[in-house]
Design a protein around this ligand. Structure first.
Ligand code: ATP
Length: 254
């Protein structure tokens, strides 16, 4: 099972420092970790820095068992659409980018079929990417990431375009998949109830720094929501006994 540790990690765009001194304990595979924080806090930048797509100081340690930097896959927030390719072609291309050589090996096509079916988008296989809805495109992006069989998967707001049914289906699927495969999954989320329900651990980023991390129920508290998100909110058990965030009001600056 893979483990990821971040040590004094920072990120810069040109001279602008947007992330500094991010330290984590060992983030172990087998579960989901939420990365939360307000707009522009630095969540996407953290993912880009871990994936080697942004520069900056510090170290990303992967456990010895990992297959190297290619073990890490970043699924961006804005996926765009290449109108020339079909869904199937785009997923195959993604699978081949993560492998050595372009020859299609036994089992690779079956794996693509399996992933498309698991995400319930097999009916879209031969549609052009350019003719998909936003939610359909987001599901295709998840498929493109999964066929690369990463050991560390960084998902940037993967459910932002999905309807309620698809949101809980995808997050439940990712939780089962990480438990079965030992993959470490970090998910940037704005829906804190999804973090409470699906993510064992949570990292809170604000103004480019980690300001809290640990078991999700210990991190998502009324005090954190007040100081980081500037809202008056409660975390209460719902009728099913699960903790949920109830937002009462925004806190206006004095
Ligand atoms: N390519 C870039 N060049 C310069 N600054 C950038 C670049 N990309 C992001 N930034 C800046 O870095 C900061 C962090 O942005 P980032 O996208 O990491 O935030 P985020 O937490 O993912 O936000 P959101 O929740 O709105 O998606 C922001 O101030 C943003 O304007």
């Amino acid at each position: 099972m893979v483990a990821l540790t971040l040590e004094k990690l920072g990120a810069t765009y040109g001279r602008r420092v947007v992330l500094s001194d991010v330290n984590t304990g060992m983030l172990r595979g087998g579960g989901l970790t939420a990365v939360i924080g307000p707009n522009a806090a630095g969540k996407s930048t953290l993912f880009k820095r871990i994936a080697g797509l942004a520069g900056g100081p510090g170290l990303v340690h992967l456990s010895d068992t990992a297959k190297g930097p290619e073990a890490i896959c970043y699924m961006p927030q804005d996926t765009g659409a290449n109108a020339v390719l079909t869904v199937y072609e785009s997923v195959l291309l993604s699978a081949k980018q993560g492998s050595s050589g372009w020859k299609v090996k036994d089992g690779e096509l079956a794996e693509i079929d399996r992933v498309l079916a698991a995400l319930r988008i097999d009916d879209l296989a031969f549609r052009g990417l350019g003719e998909l809805s936003g939610g359909q495109r987001q599901l295709v992006s998840i498929a493109q990431a999964l066929v690369r069989k990463p050991e560390v998967l960084l998902m940037d707001e993967p459910t932002s375009a999905l309807d309620l049914f698809r949101q809980i289906e995808v997050l439940g699927f990712m939780k089962r998949l990480s438990a079965q495969s030992g993959m470490a999954v970090l998910i940037a989320l704005h829906d804190l109830n999804h973090a409470l329900r699906y993510c064992d651990d949570t990292i809170v980023i604000s103004n480019g720094s980690v300001i809290a991390s640990g078991a999700t129920p210990d991190v998502i508290t009324a005090a954190m929501l007040k100081s980081v998100y500037r809202v008056e909110a409660r975390v209460e058990a719902c009728s099913m006994g699960r903790p949920v965030v109830i937002v009462d009001d925004s806190i206006q600056a004095a």
